[in-house]
Design a protein around this ligand. Structure first.
Ligand code: NZQ
Ligand code: ZN
Length: 393
């Protein structure tokens, strides 16, 4: 391994069927006022809300509810959350949901105590500034109900601005942004609609490939990535066959956390171009994050494969079990991507951006919204961005 890195992850994870039992104890470490963040109501239908409220009551907290966090949380909602946090002098933000709720909670956490004349969107998602050392960043805790983003154990926060048609992720360098704790009960994911479960599964796969498809040195992080991908493929098939397969759902949950808690990025330049393309599609269509990635991933990887062919060949053998025998390196590399495509179709990924609401006449605007990354095997030109998007129509 040739890269330099520092690794620090302070989030405490509590995992398994009994995880919720620890919430009261975790809450004891924080002040009285809790902002309870959740989404459009799934937690009220599946009983998780009652369990969380009971724990908050038992811990003697004063709760202010902040519901209605939408998938792909918006800058308008962020401003609303900031007002709630300020008015209620919140000591802890407890996010109960998926990546959208946790990302939003982090965004409120770093924004609530900014001076009134500082615009959080501009500061954090345009200028990529960090919170000042003396800024009071509100602690965030989470109860995870949707698996995929890894937000429960990372410093990322993705916010969408529909006015400027930008969906931007800021991975904060400030360790205060990591959730303090995350409660992970795989059973909480049983009620997810299949579409969301599959979107989450592809999100996990793509988080791993975004990091794996970079660099040429022999790196332990890549071996970890291969193991995670093999576990994910096995578990995804079992979960699609039986969504209440606890073992499969717990493996998917565990894979998701490790796919994006910075471990497998250690020593890697990392790519993230699929996410930039997917986020552009998301900014224009508000489509489900994981499906935007699924729709653009294969045209992108087929385009960059010649620039990193050895790694794609290794992917074919070490992740998909394809024998190198009788194949050129190029043929082996292609067979790996074909195997990934077959798996994606098998589990029910969306394979085109048209299915998500994108049209031919949007291609130029989508390209305008696509950030170009430098860390992968090939830096895309604008024409290549358009060609990837066109191939995904
Ligand atoms: O809002 P409710 O009613 O709760 O419904 C949600 C939502 O509609 C539903 N859901 C969640 N748990 C459920 C459930 N339905 C039934 N049973 C349950 N147990 O699922 C829908 C999607 O939830 P959401 O939180 O939006 O999904 P996800 O976890 O995929 O988060 C997506 C957001 O995270 C960002 C994405 O861009 C997107 O904005 N990301 C964050 C990252 C990070 N922090 O590092 C990295 C990712 O690459 C990603 O960009
Ligand atoms: Zn993602």
């Amino acid at each position: 391994m040739l890269g330099n890195f520092s690794y620090h992850n302070p989030t405490k994870l509590i995992f398994g069927k009994d995880a919720m039992g620890t919430l009261v104890g975790e809450l004891a470490d924080y002040g009285k006022n809790v902002q309870l963040v959740y989404g459009g109501g799934s937690i009220k239908r599946n009983g998780i809300y009652e369990q969380v409220v009971a724990a908050l009551e038992m811990a003697g907290k004063t709760v202010v509810e902040d519901a209605g966090v939408m998938p792909n949380p918006t800058v308008e909602k962020l401003r609303e959350g900031v007002c709630i946090a300020r008015e209620n002098r919140v000591d802890l933000i407890l996010a109960v949901g998926g990546g959208s709720c946790i990302d939003y909670a982090k965004a409120v956490a770093v924004s609530a105590n900014l001076p009134a004349d500082v615009d959080p969107w501009q500061k954090y998602w345009v200028d990529f500034d960090e919170p000042a050392a003396d800024l009071d960043v509100i602690p965030v805790g989470s109860v995870l109900t949707m698996v995929g983003t890894g937000s429960e154990m990372n410093c990322g926060s993705v916010i969408t601005n529909h006015e400027t048609k930008m969906k931007v992720g800021h991975v904060f360098a400030d360790a205060r942004v990591f959730p303090k704790f995350a409660v992970l009960n795989p059973e909480f994911t049983f009620t997810l609609p299949k579409y969301q479960m599959v979107a989450g599964i592809f999100d996990i796969m793509n988080h791993i490939t975004e990091q794996y498809f970079s660099g040429e040195d022999d790196n332990t992080s890549d071996y970890l990535s291969e193991g995670l991908m093999r576990s994910l493929v096995t578990a995804s098939r079992a979960a699609v066959a039986n969504p209440e397969d606890y073992e499969a759902r717990s493996n998917i949950m565990w894979c998701a956390t490790w796919a994006l808690n910075t471990l497998v990025a250690c020593g890697k330049s990392t790519d993230w171009e699929v996410h930039m393309l997917g986020q552009a599609v998301g900014a224009h269509t508000d489509a489900t994050h994981g499906m935007t990635l699924a729709a653009v991933a294969l045209p992108y990887y087929r385009l960059v494969m010649p620039y990193g062919v050895e790694k794609f060949a290794r992917f074919a053998t070490n992740v998909w079990g394809i024998s190198p025998e009788g194949r050129t390196t190029e043929e082996l590399a292609s067979a790996g991507l074909d195997a990934m495509e077959a798996w994606m179709r098998e589990i029910g990924c969306v394979m085109s951006i048209s299915e998500l609401g994108a049209t031919e006449d949007m291609l130029e605007d989508l390209a305008d919204s696509t950030l170009v990354m430098q860390g992968g095997y090939h830096v895309l030109t604008r024409d290549e961005i358009i060609s990837v998007l066109r191939a995904s129509l």
